[in-house]
Design a protein around this ligand. Structure first.
Ligand code: ADP
Length: 293
């Protein structure tokens, strides 16, 4: 791909002129990043206040459900210290090809491609010990060099919290993007999400909405519903923060089993109640496409 953006006709495109104090090399890198981002219609940054709430599981299922709905989707895992997307899509051990300025994502299906820091590590158990600037550079390279082609959606799975990686993603990705915040229903998790929303607001990143994961459990034997982590915390928080509530995903052992097998539940059990819950979230997300066009 050329360094110059050929698709953009915007006179106010930020890559059209060099910024004061910017070196020629920095300018070239920024142009290349802008050109890449211009090929992607919607960029969704998936955040959570803390780990273990199912953020990566939700990212994978959102990406797969969007692809099933006919969208061309890229899934980028920037969880440098705990990349779980390769495991959730059975891609561990697969080789990523690249050249000096290009990385080729792995194709999961005709409409879904994936790139993860985990695919570049030698082994699934390798630990990355990087300081902030190294993380920033790696994320910049990921956003700039991955050859997605044209995409309807790029889903970026960030590590939990409001640290270096989400900050780098939001700073680098450009203007036409939004955050999806994943939480579990209990108060402790909801309190962390307030920080994620405050983070987005400080960075002027619109919040597309909140998803409540692990929201209630229906016993597969007796059909009785048990609200293990409570229920409704995400919806309450969304209302309180003035952002949309995108939907609730139940606790479902099949979500965990599908993840272990490397297949999202929206593909392995598309008719299940849980897959339908993801489907409703996708409808809420795609409903805004016309508004954004
Ligand atoms: P995070 O990215 O927030 O750290 P993960 O997506 O890795 O969380 O999920 C943590 C664990 O919870 C995984 O074992 C996953 O299979 C499980 N999990 C996530 N969502 C659900 C759900 N809705 N029902 C059952 N298990 C889930």
């Amino acid at each position: 791909m050329s360094d110059e953006c050929k698709t953009c006709s915007r006179d106010d495109c930020p890559a059209k002129s060099q910024k004061p104090g910017e070196s020629a090399e920095e300018y070239k890198a920024r142009q290349a990043l802008t050109a890449r981002m211009c090929q992607i219609r919607h960029k969704l940054v998936v955040l959570s206040g803390k780990g273990g709430v199912g953020k990566s599981t939700v990212s994978v299922n959102l990406a797969a459900a969007l692809a099933r709905a006919g969208r061309k989707v890229g899934l980028l895992d920037v969880d440098i210290h705990g990349p779980s997307i390769p495991r959730l899509l059975d891609l561990e051990g697969r080789n990523v090809e690249g050249t000096d300025h290009s990385l080729f994502p792995l194709k999961v299906s005709d409409r879904l491609s994936v790139m993860s820091i985990g695919l570049l590590l030698r082994g699934a158990n390798d630990a990355v010990i990087w300081r902030g600037p190294m993380k920033y550079n790696a994320i910049q390279q990921f956003l700039r060099d991955v050859e997605w082609g044209e995409l309807d959606y790029l889903i970026v799975d960030c590590p939990p919290g409001t640290g270096d990686e989400p900050l780098a993603v939001v700073q680098l990705i450009g203007d036409a993007d939004a955050a999806v915040v994943v939480t579990t229903p209990q108060d402790l998790s909801v309190a962390d999400v307030r920080r994620s929303i405050a983070f987005c607001r400080r960075l002027e990143l619109p919040v597309l909405g909140v998803i409540e994961n692990m929201s209630g459990f229906t016993c597969p034997s007796c059909g009785q519903r048990v609200d293990i982590f409570g229920v409704g915390g995400g919806e309450k928080l969304a209302a309180e923060a003035g952002v949309s509530f995108l939907g609730a995903i139940p606790i479902d052992v099949e979500v965990m089993r599908s993840g272990e097998r490397g297949q999202p539940i929206v593909d392995s059990k598309p008719d299940s109640e849980t897959a339908k819950a993801f489907q409703r979230v996708i409808e809420a997300i795609t409903a805004r496409e016309e508004k954004d066009a």
